[in-house]
Design a protein around this ligand. Structure first.
Ligand code: DC
Length: 330
């Protein structure tokens, strides 16, 4: 006896989508495992509790899987679980090495089987990209690389206008990005500067330092190296256009300058900083200008990025839009 696992997702809860997804999943399992239909003894399905409109077992029977015993059940609602997901378990009457099959959004469930994915989230300061990148990475259990933190760390140490001195500094000072329990820590010469680089004064300096081509190339190389090795969500300004033009998914988040300044204001006040809203607004507009007019890899939406204006949306709404797009297109 061999037991084969599989899972897939549907874009919406309709009988038609369930029939299509179940047929596709079973046919893929069959072909990847070189199965004959009458070798399948039993087929068990479970679907997440947001699926109501049809029985996967019935869809399987209609797709021609009728000679085995069929069963479907509903899973409990789990916070953070992959939505609209159908899981299958096939019991096969011969002994072989099972090839499990994960399709569509369910690829996220088994990255070891389905392969690496890179998701690029770009946008100006305060557009919500770091928050969304972090939540997405947590939900998918993949890495979040905050590329802004790398420029911030560089600016924290350097005289931002002196490109030659920065290049020397980058040779002498070791910039490391390490991940502990999925969270990024930025280290300079082994010292954790993750909190210090968030200080308001570092923001403008990071933007200034990031215009130097040699700095950008150095950071880009590090970012490509990390993304080449593992699945991750990268947030920045130039991920979709320059760092990873071949990223599997690209999003570009925007929001009006006032909304972005207000978000930054609330965040800093909560951290105990004394800040002036109008100054923050002016700084955000200046930083946008500086980031989008530099010669190499400016802040810009990639032609194939999905743009989301987050001005009037909650974090949950943006996250669900991003996940829906990924699920429908994976
Ligand atoms: O995302 P952030 O606010 O932490 O980024 C700080 C600055 O770093 C930003 O104003 C421009 C620069 N940056 C960049 O040029 N490219 C990136 N991929 C990320 C950040």
């Amino acid at each position: 006896m061999t037991v084969i696992r599989g899972a897939t997702t549907i874009p919406s809860d309709t009988p038609e989508e369930i029939r299509k997804a179940v047929k596709e999943l079973l046919e893929q399992i069959e072909s990847r495992n070189d199965l004959k239909r009458d070798e399948i003894v039993s087929l068990v399905f479970s679907s997440t509790s947001d699926i109501h409109s049809y029985y996967p077992a019935k869809a399987a029977r209609e797709a021609g899987f009728a000679s085995c015993s069929l069963f479907s059940a509903q899973e409990p609602e789990i916070d953070g679980g992959l939505p609209l997901c159908i899981r299958a378990m096939l019991f096969v009457g011969k002994n072989s090495d099972p090839k499990h099959v994960y399709l569509r959004g369910a690829k996220i469930l088994r990255k070891d089987i389905a392969g690496k994915i890179n998701i690029a989230i770009d946008g100006p300061a305060g557009s919500g990209k770091s928050t969304i990148a972090e939540m997405l990475a947590r939900d998918y259990n993949i890495l979040h690389l905050d590329t802004g933190a790398m420029y911030r760390a560089c600016a924290y140490k350097a005289d931002v206008e002196d490109e030659a001195a920065i290049v020397d500094l980058m040779k002498d000072v070791k910039l490391d990005v390490v991940f502990e329990s999925g969270a990024q820590k930025t280290l300079l010469d082994g010292v954790d500067v993750s909190e210090d680089i968030r200080k308001p004064a570092v923001s403008m300096a990071a933007s200034a330092v990031s215009k130097h081509p040699s700095v950008r190339m150095h950071m880009t190389e590090k970012q490509r190296e990390i993304a080449g090795k593992m699945s991750c969500v990268l947030d920045g300004r130039d991920i979709g256009t320059f760092v990873l033009p071949e990223a599997d998914f690209k999003f570009f988040l925007t929001a009006s300058p006032r909304v972005r300044a207000k978000r930054r204001y609330d965040e800093l006040v909560q951290k105990g900083y004394e800040v002036d809203f109008d100054e923050l607004l002016t700084e955000i507009v200046r930083r946008d200008e500086q980031d989008s007019t530099r010669a190499l890899a400016p802040l810009k939406r990639a032609d194939d990025a999905v743009e989301i204006d987050t001005s009037d949306k909650s974090i949950e709404e943006v996250l669900s839009e991003v996940k829906k797009h990924i699920q429908e297109n994976i």
